[in-house]
Design a protein around this ligand. Structure first.
Ligand code: SF4
Length: 62
C-alpha cells in the first residue's frame, strides 16, 4: 500500500505527520509528503493519518 498526498489540497497543518511520522514527512514547501510504500505494521497508523486530515488530501492506494 502507498499513501499519496495531494500537494494542491494539503494546507500543511501537520496532523498526519504527528499521527504517523513513519509514513508522512514535511517537504521543502512545508506540506506533507508520503515516504512511499507503507510498512506493513504501519497500515492502521497511515489510515489514521489520512482520516485526521481536515481537507481530505490523502489517498491510500493498494
Ligand atoms: S493532515 Fe492533511 S492538510 Fe494536514 S499536513 Fe497532512 S495532508 Fe496536509
Amino acid at each position: 500500500m502507498k499513501a499519496v498526498v495531494d500537494q494542491d489540497t494539503c494546507i500543511g497543518c501537520g496532523a498526519c505527520i504527528a499521527e504517523c511520522p513513519e509514513v508522512y514527512h514535511w517537504n521543502s514547501e512545508d506540506k506533507s509528503e508520503s515516504n512511499g510504500e507503507i510498512p506493513a505494521d504501519c497500515a492502521d497508523k497511515a489510515a489514521a493519518g489520512r482520516d485526521v486530515c481536515p481537507v481530505d488530501a490523502i489517498d491510500i492506494k493498494a
